[in-house]
Design a binder for this molecule. Structure first.
Ligand code: FDA
Length: 393
């Protein structure tokens, strides 16, 4: 069956649904295609099922891109407050969890429900289980062939996401389409992903699995202070996920454990109180016991506090302040929340997301080389870039 439209959107994820809605409200006839059986699958599983749908502090500084200026225009024209207004209009209650991160009180499914209602009201048509076979351009018309149907329109918006979590249907289709139309695609990497350790080191930290501590994790000049989680595979938790987007294979990261705690003062006070207690016991007043023991073993300071030299104490304190680790790798796209890199912004108009060299062709959302920090920034980019293209198509 041939469907003639004004706009075809490939991908019924966050960016695609926002774009389709914006365009349909402007009177455009819009078809959204997705190979999945349901729209917004990543929205559904996001934020632990509660969808961290935006961050009230979202601004260009929270995004990684080869061109840090590219996201400015779209982010300025569709702000967190604009999305909050949509959520409020649907009576979806929400709360700020931490650091400006807004979550649904109920379920992420409420956000998908919002889009389904709005898309239906605006007249956009959702075509699910549509696997894209080919994309061509004949004159001014884009022709998208799926296994069962053909869609034709003068505007094609590619919103098929990145490569993260292939099990959920991520295919990298956007990069293929970009390549076929001569756009440059920057190298892609998994982002917001747990980091792994070499087997010998992993064995050493195995007893720490399950422990979560407040930490500042640094890579070069970039640092994040959030929770760090030791796992059976390596290091995770928000602080590690954040830094993983900056980390490159072979690089070192530096971890400061419990930045608010003054470990030198803690040792001095504990020594005054009872010099016979072990270094591990003193440290366990400020850290989980297994972690305290780990740092004592690491620094070879298994002795009573009274026998701990100033130099040895400084070594323990330094290790807690600046623990250098060289991760072996990351868990990869299997668990990465996002894909870094992608469609080179150099080939796109930052106001409309249209390919400069291919009129009518647009790229939005995660497939573009704009990647947010953890904490609602990625959905804000999906909404903002989707809105920008929806206004232009
Ligand atoms: P998205 O991946 O959402 O949508 C792409 C769509 O295209 C999908 O529906 C897919 O089925 C479809 N598609 C792909 N290939 C296709 C093909 N070949 N043919 C047809 N259709 C195809 N961000 C955030 O801000 N807050 C959060 O709480 C979270 N939480 C979170 C948890 C987990 C586990 C993950 C993996 C990710 C997050 N994220 C997040 C990131 C966020 O989910 C992500 O940035 C957005 O979903 C990106 O939106 P897009 O619309 O660009 O892609």
């Amino acid at each position: 069956m041939v469907h003639k439209q004004d706009v075809i959107v490939i991908g019924a994820g966050a960016a695609g649904m926002m774009c389709a809605l914006t365009a349909a409200r402007r009177g455009r006839r819009v078809a959204i295609l997705d190979h999945a059986a349901a729209p917004g699958e990543k929205i559904r599983i996001s934020g632990g099922g509660r969808c961290n749908f935006t961050n009230i502090h979202a601004g260009p500084k929270n995004y990684l891109s080869a061109n840090p200026h590219f996201a400015k225009s779209a982010l300025a024209r569709f702000k967190p407050a604009d999305f909050i207004a949509m959520v409020d209009a649907h009576g979806i209650s929400w709360h700020e969890k931490t650091l400006g991160q807004l979550f649904c009180d109920g379920s992420a499914k409420d956000i998908i429900g919002l889009f389904l209602k709005e898309l239906a009201a605006a007249g956009a048509r959702l075509h699910l289980k549509q696997s894209v076979v080919s994309v061509e351009r004949n004159g001014d018309t884009f022709r998208v062939k799926t296994e069962t149907d053909v869609f034709e329109a003068p505007a094609l918006v590619v919103a098929s996401g990145g490569k993260s979590i292939p099990k959920m249907g991520a295919t990298g289709l956007a990069y293929r389409i970009a390549g076929e139309f001569g756009l440059n695609v920057l190298e892609t990497r998994p982002g917001l992903v747990p980091l792994t350790l070499d087997p010998a080191f992993l064995e050493k930290i195995a007893p720490l699995a399950g422990i979560s501590v407040d930490a500042e994790v640094r890579h070069g000049k970039t640092a994040f202070r959030e929770a760090l989680l030791f796992t059976h595979r390596g290091l995770s938790g928000p602080a590690i996920l954040q830094i993983s987007s900056y980390w490159r294979e072979g690089d070192e990261i530096s971890i400061r454990i419990e930045p608010d705690k003054d470990f030198a003062a803690l040792f001095d006070a504990a020594r005054r109180e009872n010099g016979r207690q072990s270094v591990a016991t003193a440290l366990a007043a400020a850290l989980p016991k297994r972690l305290a023991q780990f740092f004592v073993t690491e620094t070879g300071t298994e002795r009573p506090l009274a026998e701990l030299s100033g130099k040895a104490q400084a070594a323990v304190v330094d290790r807690l302040r600046d623990w250098r680790i060289r991760p072996a790798g990351s868990e990869g796209y299997r668990t990465a929340e996002v894909t870094l890199g992608g469609v080179d912004t150099g080939g796109l108009d930052s106001r409309t997301m249209q390919a400069k060299a291919v009129p009518g062709l647009y790229f939005i959302g995660e497939c573009v080389d704009v990647t947010g920090w953890l904490g609602g920034y990625n959905f804000q980019w999906a909404w903002a870039s989707g809105h920008a293209a929806g206004e232009a198509v």
